[in-house]
Design a protein around this ligand. Structure first.
Ligand SMILES: Nc1ncnc2c1ncn2[C@@H]1O[C@H](COP(=O)(O)OP(=O)(O)OP(=O)(O)O)[C@@H](O)[C@H]1O
Ligand SMILES: [Mg+2]
Length: 288
C-alpha cells in the first residue's frame, strides 16, 4: 500500500510539468540568495510547492540564512548514501531546500556513478514540487553555467555597480555564444526607484544589443531596503518579517509573475530533463 502510494507519487513528479528557474548574476553579493529565498517563500505563500536547490558553496548558504540545521547534503545523494528526499530541509511555508554539496566539484566532472546517482535521485523524488529555484554561486564557473543552461528561465540579478554590469554581460555572453541560450530575465536589485532599475536595464541591453543576439526582459526592480539585512540578521526572510516593506512588495510581485511564466512543452518541462541537461554538459562540451 505504502509502496503503491510512493510509486504513484513518483509517477506524478515524473509526469508533472515543473518550472525550473536559475538565479544567477556573475558578480558576488548582488542579492542572488536573498532573491531566491524570498521568491521561493512568496511562491509558497501563493500556494506553490517550491524547492530551492542550493548550488552555491559560499558562506551565506540558504540554510544558514534561515538558521536551519542541515545534516546531509547533495554530496550524500551523489554518493548514494541517501535519497534526495532525505536531504531536503523544510523552511518557512513548507519550502524544501536541497543543501549544497561541500566541495568545488562541478556537475560536468561527476563520475559515471555520481551521474547515475543524480538522475536516480531526481527521478525518485517523492516530494511533489511545482517550482524549482536554483541559487547559483558568484562567478562564471562550469557549475554556474551548467545549472543556468539546464534551467528553463535564467534570472540575472544586477545592481548599480560597474562590475555587476560587466560580470552580468560576461555571463550572458558565455551562455549565449557557447551554450545557445538567448532569453534572459533581468532583475535590477538594490536600486533607488523604478527609474533607476529601468536605466540599469537599458545600460545592459545596450551592450548586449550591440554585441549579442539575445532577448533581455526586465522582470523586477527591487529597491534597496535595509529590512533585507535586518531580516537576515534575524535569520528570517524579509517577505515574512517585513511583508509590507518595499523589497518585499517587489519580490512578491516577481514571485507572482514568475509563477505564470510558461513552462516549455515536453520534454523541457520535466524534472528529469533538467537533470539530463545538467549532466550532459560533459557530453556536449564547450564550443568555442
Ligand atoms: N534589495 C536589497 N536591499 C538591501 N540590501 C540587500 C538587498 N539585496 C541584497 N542585499 C544585501 O546584500 C548582501 C548580499 O546579498 P546575497 O547574499 O543575497 O547576495 P548573493 O548574490 O547571493 O551573494 P554571493 O554571490 O556571495 O552568494 C546581503 O548583505 C544582503 O542583505
Ligand atoms: Mg548567494
Amino acid at each position: 500500500m505504502i509502496e503503491d502510494q510512493a510509486s504513484s507519487l513518483r509517477k506524478m513528479n515524473q509526469s508533472r510539468l515543473i518550472k525550473v528557474i536559475a538565479v544567477t548574476g556573475g558578480k558576488g553579493g548582488v542579492g542572488k540568495t536573498n532573491i531566491t529565498l524570498n521568491t521561493a517563500i512568496s511562491m509558497a505563500r501563493q500556494g506553490k510547492r517550491v524547492m530551492v536547490l542550493d548550488a552555491d558553496l559560499g558562506l551565506a548558504n540558504v540554510d544558514v540564512m534561515l538558521g536551519l540545521r542541515v545534516e546531509k547534503n547533495l554530496a550524500h545523494v551523489l554518493s548514494g548514501e541517501c535519497t534526495l528526499d532525505e536531504v531536503l530541509v523544510t523552511g518557512p511555508h513548507g519550502i524544501k531546500i536541497a543543501p549544497a554539496t561541500s566541495g568545488t566539484q562541478s556537475m560536468a566532472e561527476l563520475s559515471p556513478t555520481e551521474h547515475a546517482g543524480l538522475i536516480r535521485a531526481f527521478s525518485e523524488l517523492r516530494t511533489p514540487i511545482d517550482v524549482l529555484l536554483v541559487d547559483t554561486a558568484a562567478g562564471i564557473s562550469d557549475m554556474v553555467l551548467s545549472f543556468s543552461k539546464a534551467s528553463q528561465d535564467i534570472m540575472v540579478v544586477v545592481c548599480d555597480e560597474p562590475t555587476s554590469l560587466t560580470d552580468a554581460y560576461a555571463l550572458i555572453k558565455i551562455l549565449n555564444r557557447e551554450h545557445g541560450v538567448f532569453r534572459f530575465k533581468i532583475v535590477a536589485n538594490m536600486v533607488r526607484d523604478a527609474r533607476e532599475g529601468q536605466e540599469l536595464f537599458s545600460k545592459l541591453s545596450k551592450v548586449t544589443g550591440r554585441f549579442l543576439d539575445v532577448a533581455l526582459e526586465l522582470v523586477a526592480t527591487i529597491p534597496f531596503d535595509e529590512n533585507i539585512r535586518r531580516a537576515v540578521r534575524k535569520q528570517t526572510a524579509i517577505v515574512d518579517a517585513y511583508p509590507g516593506s518595499p523589497a518585499s512588495v517587489a519580490i512578491t510581485r516577481l514571485a507572482k509573475n514568475a509563477a505564470s511564466w510558461p513552462i516549455p512543452n515536453q520534454p523541457g518541462g520535466h524534472l528529469e530533463f533538467f537533470i539530463e541537461q545538467l549532466i550532459s554538459q560533459k557530453a556536449t562540451g564547450t564550443q568555442r
